[in-house]
Design a protein around this ligand. Structure first.
Ligand code: AMP
Length: 355
């Protein structure tokens, strides 16, 4: 365990949003200090981190100074430019590593990787222009969803095609970016598994949570998910298989569709995940501490759930409900310290424990 970071060490985090903020809090509980790197000024994580660098992803001197000031580097979002990683990796360990980022940054490579592991994914085809969309629709049929291959989140960069005559409008919505057409999965429910893998290869999975989305944004995660015992085992095992295949270090979110005849992997996120926030109230070691333990080379918590929990995101004006929520015993409130409560902006979340 020569990799084991001692308290007092500095963890560098790329991205300073709410995930970076909660990672910093968890790291400080373990005696670490965090250095946040984020292009935007006053990121939410800045309030709780020892140091913040405000610089662009291509600012070589700033990246170099950041790397030299930390012991290990992790990230809260997956769209880090390749050249940035090249530089950082040459100076300090980056966990999770390159392969997980490369696979998950592009929906086509992600699906090819998952299918290569023998896991089910929605039927898909790369789309770059009208001709390839026509060919993809001929093969996959409708309903289908056209998604930008890269840089999509919270349902952004997606267009549904219920009928072939909507193809042109869907392609326009991609604004010329490479895309992927996905067949529509008729799912009964959506669940996700938050899973972790340590530097020694140990794997710990949390129970699957059941997710409800509104307008492409996660609204609630409920534990336990309504799964049969065999679906539960399948979900956890496939998450472990993905982590092992990537020689992964850290926490990953694996989003699944539960279809009548089995589980279909929607996407993977190589980081702590919104649908894992319930672990803050439901488990002795939550996903944020788990991720920090993994990247610091520490042993993992076991992921056992001691409570049923409903996590609800506070989106945009939901923030006005905080005074009322604060009066409810058993509701754990997490606010992200963001300014304007714009529609669709994640301002915080609450974990309601169910006895
Ligand atoms: P994504 O950004 O890919 O996670 O998609 C956001 C949400 O859109 C998902 O959580 C699903 O509710 C829905 N969705 C995405 N892809 C599909 C699909 N192939 N079939 C059915 N629903 C989908």
């Amino acid at each position: 365990m020569s990799d084991l970071l001692a308290p007092g060490a500095v963890i560098g985090i790329l991205g300073g949003g709410q995930l970076g903020r909660m990672l910093s809090v968890a790291a400080s509980r373990l005696g670490f200090r965090c250095h946040i790197y984020d292009p935007s000024p006053q990121p939410p994580a800045g309030d709780v981190a020892a140091q913040v660098t405000t610089a662009q992803w291509d600012d070589t001197p700033a990246l170099r100074a950041f790397a030299q000031s930390v012991d290990v580097i992790t990230f809260e979002f997956e769209n880090i430019p390749a050249a940035t990683l090249d530089l950082l990796e040459s100076l300090r360990p980056v966990r999770p590593g390159r392969q997980a980022l490369a696979v998950s940054q592009d929906r086509v490579s992600e699906k090819e990787f998952l299918a290569g592991l023998g896991l089910r994914v929605a039927p898909f085809a790369p789309v770059t222009d009208a001709a390839s969309l026509t060919a993809a629709l001929a093969r996959i049929g409708t309903p289908a969803i056209l998604k930008t291959a890269r840089l999509g989140y919270d349902g952004k960069g997606q267009a549904r095609i219920m009928h072939p005559d909507q193809a042109e409008a869907a392609l326009d919505a991609m604004q010329g970016a490479p895309a992927v057409l996905e067949g529509f999965v008729q799912f009964e429910r959506e669940v996700s598994v938050i899973a972790a893998r340590g530097v020694t290869g140990e794997v710990a999975c949390y129970d699957p949570g059941e997710n409800v989305h509104e307008d492409g944004i996660l609204r609630t995660t409920t534990l336990p998910a309504q799964l049969t015992p065999s679906q539960h085992v399948d979900a956890v095992l496939l998450a472990g298989k993905i982590l092992n295949a990537l020689d992964y270090v850290g926490v990953m979110g694996v989003e699944l569709f539960v279809a009548h005849d089995g589980l279909v992997v929607n996407e993977i996120a190589p980081r702590v995940h919104n649908s894992g926030h319930w672990t803050q109230a439901g488990c002795a070691v939550d996903q944020f501490e788990q991720h920090i333990r993994a990247v610091a080379g520490w042993p993992l918590g076991n992921g056992v759930r001691h409570m049923d929990v409903v996590m609800e995101n506070l989106i945009g004006p939901d923030i006005d409900r905080v005074p009322e929520l604060a009066r409810v015993a058993d509701v754990q409130i997490h606010l992200y310290g963001k300014g304007a409560a714009r529609p669709g902006r994640k301002m915080g979340h609450v974990n309601r424990v169910i006895r």
